[in-house]
Design a protein around this ligand. Structure first.
Ligand code: NAD
Ligand code: ZN
Length: 343
């Protein structure tokens, strides 16, 4: 569902799924705690509200705790899980809906197609646009050993409510960093080796919308950014991200740097790989008055740097998409280290 005010249809969407003794689980971004959106939630008697902290990106440990909390709340499964918020909250809602029906810990499922049982019906209501988490078949989790998503067909949301009104109130810098996540998805998808007609069609349109939002002064920029995010997510569904995302995973795993800002910091040193994309990104930063934090890797120990390089180079599909099959020769450890030191 798309359009201003479409959030008002959520109650009717959920009504069809409600059973006599069941309940709905609302997974709400803490940004909305005590605010208008919380008051507008179509909650009925017996429904559960779970507020998601966003100071850290989702860890497998948190997902396991949330699932325990939900199972303690009721001995039946919820009829639906509704994730309302940014990428952290949407990914948490996806992971919860999967882990309610699959045994063990969420860390057992970090990888590709390891999920055996369908998830509980789950709905996304984004309140921040750019990640494409609303449409992707992954939910990115940090586990004790790795940062890797639960990638499966069951991960996909069953329903989306894209209401541009809900983007109101996002702080400017966050709006920019998450929006640039979308821009970078498109550049990495379109310039990658895995590109096909499907990915190109969505990636090109998403890129065009990003340019209108971040370089122009167009009306309906919330609508445009919401569609850019969706199309960017569709584009990488059939291709892959690249060097920037691989580096940002390293930054996140070792330093806890969040996804959007981490992608911006990494992209800014990738002139050699994405010359046009990086030049345009800097133009967007200038137009929007954004200044990136610098030298984030300055205080790292040798061990931390080595771990960051290993984490980054473990993401083989991303590097192969970016540099081709001989990516290992093109991106030795030393070159990754140099890139990190430039940040
Ligand atoms: P986020 O979820 O980290 O949220 C950023 C901040 O904005 C938080 O403090 C949040 O509380 C706040 N916020 C959200 N909506 C708001 C609103 N309407 N008004 C005011 N504040 C609001 O940001 P993000 O960039 O959307 O998501 C990043 C996460 O998404 C990471 O965990 C990343 O790994 C994940 N991700 C997932 C995919 C995927 O395909 N599943 C793709 C990219 C990124
Ligand atoms: Zn991303």
């Amino acid at each position: 569902m798309f359009g201003r005010g479409s959030f008002n249809q959520l109650d009717a969407i959920l009504a069809e799924k409600r059973s006599d003794d069941g309940f709905m689980l609302f997974v709400l971004d803490e940004a909305h705690k005590g605010k208008e959106l919380e008051k507008r939630l179509p909650m009925r008697k017996g429904d559960m509200l779970l507020v998601i902290r966003t100071d850290y990106e989702p860890k497998t440990e948190y997902i396991d705790q949330y699932v325990d909390q939900i199972k303690a709340w009721s001995n039946v499964l919820p009829d639906g899980v509704i994730g309302l918020g940014g990428g952290i909250t949407m990914d948490s809602a996806k992971a919860i809906s999967l882990m309610l029906t699959n045994p063990g810990s969420s860390q057992d499922y970090q990888g590709w197609d390891l999920i055996n049982n369908p998830a509980v019906y789950h709905v996304a209501v984004p309140t921040l646009a750019g990640t494409g988490a609303e449409i992707s078949r992954t939910c990115i989790l940090t586990g004790p050993e790795k940062k890797l998503g639960i990638n499966s067909d069951y991960t996909l949301f069953d329903q989306l409510v894209l209401d541009p009104d809900l983007l109101a109130g996002v702080p400017k810098e966050q709006w920019f960093y998450t929006g640039m996540d979308c821009y970078i998805h498109n550049v990495e998808s379109l310039e990658g080796h895995f590109i096909n007609a499907f990915s190109r069609a969505y990636g090109e349109k998403s890129l065009e919308l990003c340019r209108e939002v971040f370089l122009g002064d167009h009306p309906e920029s919330d609508e445009k950014l919401m569609m850019a995010s969706y199309f960017g997510g569709m584009s990488i569904a059939y291709s892959q991200v690249g060097a920037c995302h691989a580096l940002s995973y390293g930054l996140s795993f070792v330093l806890g740097i969040h996804h959007g800002i981490g992608c911006c910091i990494a992209f800014n040193v990738l002139d050699e790989i994405y010359p046009q994309g990086v030049a345009e990104f800097r133009e967007m930063m200038k137009k929007q008055g954004i200044v990136l934090p610098k030298v984030v890797t300055e205080d790292l120990s040798e061990e931390q740097m080595e771990l960051m390089i290993t984490t980054t180079l473990n993401l083989a599909p991303l590097w192969e998409n970016c540099l081709g099959k001989d990516w290992r020769q093109k991106m030795p450890r030393q070159r990754v280290g140099e890139l990190f030191r430039k940040m």
